[in-house]
Design a protein around this ligand. Structure first.
Ligand code: MG
Length: 313
């Protein structure tokens, strides 16, 4: 082998249309959502979580799930994902043509009870059923485990509990398991411990994603730690949308442009056109009527403003 340099790459999974918008007070029109999703496709994102099939009264921001999914064009290589809370949600997702769905349960018993009024084991049993039905239909399932890096009620969460849940979800047939830092409690050393424990248990790191939050400013450090520990799939939301500073329990999604920029600066391929991604963020900020928290997003706005000032000077 001479002269061939192995190309490192990561896959960025975009959550802004679902996890972003559901945590923002504004409700976007279906046209604005379509613009966002098609903009993400145009910027190179290949995995986009577009909506959720929870009961519309629970998440009014995403009440147009079926109509939105039906309106999306099929694009070669692009996978649209929809969150499904249960079998009924799965049916609705499949009815409108989705081929990729996501499920959620929590690593923390208290958080799971507060969220869905079930024990973790009850949730796991329900998820097994959803995954089995999805597999029968040839539908891929990403299973989120939330609060892996800490629980707002219990504090520290036992790493072995997260490993056991991930292992059971893979056994049930999940194609991917996404480890969520729901309230931004993770740190780089904990990320390394959790990922290391997953690998030591024989779980496939190529199918483990990290869904990290920037609630307290640790998202990029945690992403890098996850990368160095062997993870190659990272969740992000354009402009960091979904971290509304005025909402209690703000999620603070890692910003997709920040992730894309950091990896590209390190020579790691993301497939993302950062300029186009930045334009998508600006359009979304316009639709929401305010600036978004993402660092690269704000840098981009500043550089555009400086360029305009230079031209008019
Ligand atoms: Mg999130």
């Amino acid at each position: 082998m001479t002269g061939s340099i192995p190309i490192q790459s990561v896959r960025l999974y975009e959550v802004s249309p679902r996890d972003g918008l559901q945590n923002e007070p504004e409700i976007l029109s279906i046209d604005a959502k379509r613009r966002l999703i098609l903009g993400l496709v145009g910027a190179g994102f290949r995995d986009i979580e577009v909506t959720s099939f929870v009961r519309p009264s629970w998440v009014p921001q995403l009440a147009d799930a079926a109509e939105l999914v039906r309106s999306l064009p099929a694009v070669q290589g692009v996978r649209y994902w929809g969150l499904v809370p249960n079998e009924r949600g799965l049916e609705r997702a499949i009815e409108c043509g989705l081929r990729n769905v996501a499920t959620v349960l929590s690593a923390s018993e208290t958080h799971n009870r507060k969220n869905v009024n079930r024990t973790r084991q009850e949730s796991l049993a329900a998820m097994r059923q959803v995954i089995a039905t999805a597999k029968d239909e040839g539908v891929a399932v990403r299973s989120y485990i939330s609060t892996v890096f800490g629980c707002p009620y219990e504090g520290a969460v036992a790493v072995r509990d997260s490993v056991a849940l991930a292992s059971q979800l893979f056994e049930a047939g999940a194609s991917e398991v996404a480890l969520g830092d729901t309230t931004g409690m993770g740190d780089p050393v904990l990320v390394q411990r959790v990922v290391g424990a997953m690998a030591a248990a024989g779980l496939p790191l190529s199918r483990i994603a990290l869904h990290l939050h920037d609630t307290k400013g640790t998202a990029l450090a945690n992403v890098l730690s996850g990368y160095l520990a062997g993870v190659r799939i990272f969740d992000g939301s354009i402009g960091g949308v979904g971290g509304c500073p005025y909402a209690p329990g703000a999620s603070g999604n890692a910003a997709s442009e920040d992730l894309a920029h950091m990896f590209q600066a390190m020579g790691i391929e993301t497939g993302i056109d950062l300029e186009r991604a930045s334009q998508v963020g600006v359009a979304l900020a316009d639709d929401l009527g305010r600036e978004l928290p993402g660092r690269y997003h704000r840098f981009w706005l500043g550089s555009q403003a400086r360029a305009r000032a230079t031209r008019s000077a």
